[in-house]
Design a protein around this ligand. Structure first.
Ligand SMILES: [Zn+2]
Length: 330
């Protein structure tokens, strides 16, 4: 088995949201040239699906007749192991298109808890497809779980509708990358953030604090974004320990957790989905040494005060909530 760690991109979205037809252009957008593609469907599927991309023609393997995150999980893991063992052709990425009913957190958990796969495959991106023409069943938690969202069939609705949809999606997941994809040319482009995007309030900014009682921006959606500012010199290991405990105990309510902690020449990035905290990643620290770290928790709980208390007690008393900014309710 190869010793290099291969990235896997998880692609989710409802049935008919444009996942499979958009795959070629998505792969080209990310700059991969030799992908291995695995498509899961709960129904019966052809054994092999071929599709085109600017980088070439790919054959996709399929798993049919059940969802790969639950009933067909053994087959899913077996296929991944076989892929890694197959030395006949090199590949630079695995694309896994999940069934319309899959739980993305269950997929990443299957990989990250597997004794072999966890060392050879890294869940590097989770792309969620949203059909611009059919947003009735759009769930905030699906958007909040993803690192990248694609608004598909964007040329079939008006620019105003795209603006409205993207603003709503960004309120659920302010730090995601947002792409749009047309039906006609399938070209994927990055949707620039509008000037009034609900970015997290940077530490030390003068924006007015809001009362705890009004802490939620998206009550209707039941997804809440909380940003914290971490003091310089904070131990990433202490934060990782706290995050592991939080996700183990409350992963049913925490959708995503992301932290960036400056540590000397490096910054350590922590990523968690539901009950799973991924192994920390170390990147070069391009920010000034004095920059504070950041932590974002996207959850279905509105009680940011409780999270802050826990962080201050177990990690560092100097941690602050930057969004929502907390003041005691009168
Ligand atoms: Zn499943």
């Amino acid at each position: 088995m190869a010793s290099v760690v291969k990235p896997i991109i998880l692609v989710t979205g409802a049935l008919g949201s444009g996942k499979t037809s958009g795959l070629g252009a998505l792969i080209a957008h990310f700059g991969y040239s030799s992908p291995r593609v695995l498509i899961n469907d709960v129904g019966q599927v052809n054994d092999e699906i071929r599709f085109e991309s600017s980088a070439g023609t790919y054959a996709a393997e399929t798993i049919g007749g059940g969802c790969a995150c639950c009933e067909r999980s053994d087959e899913f893991l077996g296929r991944l192991l076989a892929l890694l063992d197959d030395t006949s052709s090199a590949f630079d990425v695995i694309i896994f298109e999940a069934s319309g009913v899959a739980d993305p957190a269950a997929v990443v958990r299957l990989i990250s808890e597997h004794p072999k796969l966890s060392h050879h495959i890294e869940a590097s991106n989770h792309v969620h497809y949203v059909d611009a023409t059919s947003t009735e069943g759009l769930l905030a938690c699906d958007v909040a779980l993803a690192e990248t969202c694609v608004i598909a069939k964007s040329d079939l609705v008006s620019p105003g509708e795209i603006d409205e949809l993207s603003a709503e999606m960004r309120s659920w997941n302010p730090h995601m990358k947002l792409l749009v994809q047309d039906v006609v040319d399938e070209h994927v482009r990055v949707l620039p953030a509008p000037p009034a995007a609900p970015d997290p309030v940077p530490a030390g900014s003068s924006s007015a604090p809001i009362a705890l009682a009004e802490a939620s921006r998206s009550e209707r959606a039941d997804v809440h974004v909380a940003d914290f500012s971490l003091p310089t010199g904070l131990s990433w290991l202490a934060l990782a320990t706290w995050a592991t405990a939080l996700l183990a105990r409350h992963g049913d309510r925490v959708l995503r957790l992301k932290a960036s902690v400056p540590s000397g020449q490096q910054r350590v990035v922590l990523n968690g989905v539901r009950h799973t905290l991924f192994p920390p990643r170390s990147l070069e620290n391009t920010e000034p040494r004095s920059t504070r770290g950041t932590l974002t928790v996207i959850s279905t709980t509105q009680d940011v005060g409780l999270l802050l208390d826990s962080l201050q007690v177990f990690v560092d008393p100097a941690i602050e909530a930057t969004h929502p900014v907390l003041v005691p309710a009168e």
